[in-house]
Design a protein around this ligand. Sequence first.
Ligand SMILES: [Zn+2]
Ligand SMILES: [Zn+2]
Length: 344
Amino acid sequence: MLSIIVDEPHSMAVRKRPVPHPAPGEIRLRVRYAGICGSDLHIFHGKNPFAAYPRVIGHEFVGDIDAVGAGVGQHRIGERVVVDPVISCGECHACRIGRRNVCSRLQVIGVHRDGGFSEYTCVPACNAYAVPAGLPAPGAAVIEPFAVAANITHRTGVLCEDIALIYGAGPIGLNLLQVLKRVHGIRAFITDHVDERLALARQCGADADEVINTSREAIEPALAKRGAASGPTLIYDAVCHPSILEEAVRIAAPAGRIGILGLSATPSAIPQQELTRKELTLYASRLNCGMFPTVIDWISRGLIDPGRIVTHRMDFRDVAEAFELAERNPSESCKILLDFGEAA
Ligand SMILES: [Zn+2]
Ligand SMILES: [Zn+2]
């Protein structure tokens, strides 16, 4: 079989390896599609502090179970599944209080152990969830980044009177938008510098006056013009730049909540006064904590369409070109999927 391996930062190859055998409790997957995520690019560039090399990357993938290890029912062979990349110990404090995505011994598939950029891969059977009937495989590959969006909205909570602001119309921001608009039905503004991304936001459910191009309009007058002068009550930073958090703290309404997803090591200059005066709450969110069933339920009920953000499907052997496209210009692509083809 062929796998995409990052041998060390800036060095990636498509290489032949033996097909793995599922260990007890594992399933083997014939991967069909795998999504390229910003964190895959970070591992490639040596900017993910959690990654060890060499590594088969990829943590957003869908495929068909073709073998099972001891203790896993044979009936699962042939099942089309998506994989939750979070593997936790079940024993540490975080695990015991139901926060296993921040397990002290966390293993993320595609980061700490080999992932889905491979024709075949083995994962724990309990991490593999059946794809809803009728959902095409490309959309299923986007369930993982939807679980990331679902996790942060679960962390912040969403109230029917909330006015939300999402910074950044990339894959996570657009998925968040679908969750806020289509699952919760609230008013949700979304910002970006790229008109093509804001056009995608319209397709993901934003009203015409909810998209804000912040290269042309400053955020505060833009919100005031749209009837939200008192500030958003719920803010998500899907840009993950320290300056965004500073702005979010400044413009949030009193009693507002702010969700952050970034892994930047650069400090933010946030005045305590702003947090205390308005009694703001910051929620950090990492990966997802058991949100796959929630997302699959939303899809089954027709509330969200995960395929909306997919702009490209490319042969996995062209991964270098796909990475180049993902990084070159955000107006050209949003979610790029690697196509691993059908089983021979
Ligand atoms: Zn990701
Ligand atoms: Zn744990």
